[in-house]
Design a binder for this molecule. Structure first.
Ligand code: SAM
Length: 285
């Protein structure tokens, strides 16, 4: 590894010579810890056969290590000002392709031309959930999806039912992928330092979801309603949703009961499996 990309002096020098500004609104906090970079690459299990999509390469510290380990790296950066820096840094690395674009807009499937890939990113925290959602719902063939996120978000993604962190994000992620917590990362691993602690999360997408749902959109409607009013019992929280809407209160309660669930329970206590069974019963009326 070339440690220069993680040196604060070097980063400051790059910023001066390219007349850059660090854009907080784009979540720009650059990685300055070689040890954390190594942890990310190891957690993702990057090897010489891999095509990697990197979300938000910034000034290239993680990109460089990925390029040393992977067959090919496609790095998508939204900030046009960083593109010449990245192009210059990786001019001699034929396996790095730098693409300017918004990860929420870009045609993801086109980046890999249908090949299997690993997706990795030290994410911009202001759009963590939309990025995770977009990648998991895409038609990319993903072996693993490894991200640095705000610590609280990592806790929500990996939460268990009945905990205070368990919610819509948990269900949304765990429906698509097996999720594991990759450890906390201190603020001192970044420059400039973020205001919050960070953590790593690895998602391994399922080829087939772990629960059967009759209708995916409706399943997420039910989850949204169940978590939307956390303190409410299911019998009340689900009143507004399609299927539950036209029913008398007692009907809704009996459908919930028919799913084997006590309508007095709260949404946050339901496992993914229970949420699916409940949504399927409500869907069928
Ligand atoms: N990977 C670099 C590192 O570890 O030092 C930078 C990480 S920084 C936390 C997040 C990066 O994502 C920034 O470079 C930022 O400009 C970029 N970014 C922000 N929004 C983006 C978007 N919608 N699409 C692609 N990149 C984005």
């Amino acid at each position: 590894m070339t440690p220069r990309l993680t040196s604060v002096d070097y980063i400051k020098q790059l910023i001066r010579s390219y007349e850059l500004r660090v854009k907080k609104r784009l979540g720009q906090h650059f990685m300055i810890s070689p040890a954390v970079i190594e942890r990310i690459v190891d957690l993702a299990g990057v090897g010489p056969q891999d095509t990697v999509i990197e979300i938000g390469p910034g000034l290239g510290a993680l990109t460089e290590r990925l390029a040393e380990r992977a067959r090919r790296v496609v790095a998508v950066e939204i900030d046009r000002d960083l593109i010449p820096v990245l192009q210059e840094l990786f001019r001699e690395r034929e396996n790095v392709l730098v693409r300017q674009g918004d990860i929420l807009e870009i045609d993801l499937e086109e980046l890999t031309a249908g090949e299997r890939c690993k997706v990795i990113g030290n994410l911009p925290y202001y759009i963590t959930s939309p990025i995770v959602k977009r990648v998991l719902e895409s038609r990319l063939k993903i072996d693993s999806f490894t991200v640095m996120v705000q610590k609280e978000v990592a806790e929500r993604m990996t939460a268990r039912p009945s905990s205070k962190e368990y919610g819509l994000l948990t269900v949304g992620v765990q429906y698509f992928a097996e999720v594991s917590f990759g450890g906390v990362v201190p603020r001192s691993a970044f420059w400039p330092q973020p205001e919050v602690e960070s953590a790593l999360v690895k998602m391994t997408p399922y080829r087939v979801p772990p629960v059967k749902v009759a209708d995916e959109e409706f399943f997420f409607d039910v989850a949204r309603a169940a978590f939307g009013q956390r303190r409410k019992m299911l019998g009340n929280a689900l009143k507004g949703i399609r299927g539950g809407k036209k029913k008398a209160e007692s009907d809704l309660a009996s459908v919930i009961e028919a799913a084997g669930i006590n309508p007095q329970r709260r949404g946050e206590t339901l496992s993914l499996e229970e949420m699916a069974v409940l949504a399927n019963h409500l869907f069928r009326g």
